[in-house]
Design a protein around this ligand. Structure first.
Ligand code: FE2
Length: 244
């Protein structure tokens, strides 16, 4: 049966609209499913943010008191950068992992998920640590000091407790605000993904793995803790304290 000319134009218009809509949906879906593929990430990130799976720079050479450039470079360029690389590798393997063989006793899928948390936390904690270095370590700024005095009684009491955590921890120390009670706490972690407090937002991060200080201080962790305090960037801590 012959279709009227007007009807053909309408059909063509509907087909064209459907094609454009399908293309747009497909592009959006691709971006959503592949959040690290450039465009989708940059939509929500600040223009100068480093995309995921790329090590950030942290140019702290010559700026630290008591933490040598050599120790910084090994820590940042070998260890931290290594975690970024491993996190990317794990993400790629998870895309193709055999979920049908997942098992709690042992399975490739389980191992990938365990190491994903180790690598991810290793990246995030190191980035926060390097971010809060590079200052003069003078004193907490107004908002931070108010919170510290409210929840610890005084700066001195907080510092005493933070240093005790620094001696007792096997991996990290956090000054963090817990969602549970809204208060600041000092927490210690024995590994990147061990003893991580749920719902706590770190304000200050201290790395006490031996790799953080052995080059400069050998086994003298106390000397490294002193050096850490001399290099705290309290502006960064204040910025974190202002965020909810
Ligand atoms: Fe480290």
């Amino acid at each position: 049966m012959r279709r009227p000319a007007g009807m053909s134009k309408i059909v063509l218009f509907i087909v064209a609209v459907a094609a454009v809509a399908a293309f747009a949906w497909g592009a959006g879906a691709q971006g959503h499913d592949a959040p690290h593929a450039g465009g989708a990430v940059l939509c929500s990130a600040s223009p100068d943010a480093t995309p995921p799976y790329q090590a950030r720079k942290f140019p702290l050479e010559g700026k630290l008191d008591g933490i040598s450039d050599r120790a910084l470079q090994v820590h940042r360029d070998v260890l931290y950068a290594g975690y970024v690389k491993k996190l990317r590798e794990i993400a790629e393997k998870l895309e193709k992992a055999d979920r049908s063989a997942a098992a709690a006793s042992y399975s490739d899928y389980r191992e990938l998920k365990v190491e994903e948390s180790f690598a991810l936390d290793g990246v995030v904690l190191h980035e926060m640590y390097f971010e809060n270095l590079g200052g003069k370590g003078s004193a907490p700024q107004a908002a931070t000091l108010t919170l510290i005095e409210r929840d610890f009684g005084s700066y001195e009491k907080w510092r005493e407790d933070f240093l005790a955590c620094g001696k007792a921890a096997r991996g990290w120390v956090l000054l963090a605000r817990a969602d549970y009670d809204g208060k600041l706490h000092n927490f210690l972690l024995d590994a990147h993904n061990s003893l991580v407090p749920m719902g706590a937002k770190p304000l200050l991060v201290l790395d006490v793995y031996e790799h953080a200080y052995f080059i400069d201080y050998g086994a003298d962790r106390a000397a490294y803790l002193d050096a850490f305090f001399r290099n705290i960037d309290w502006h960064k801590v204040e910025e974190r304290a202002g965020k909810r």
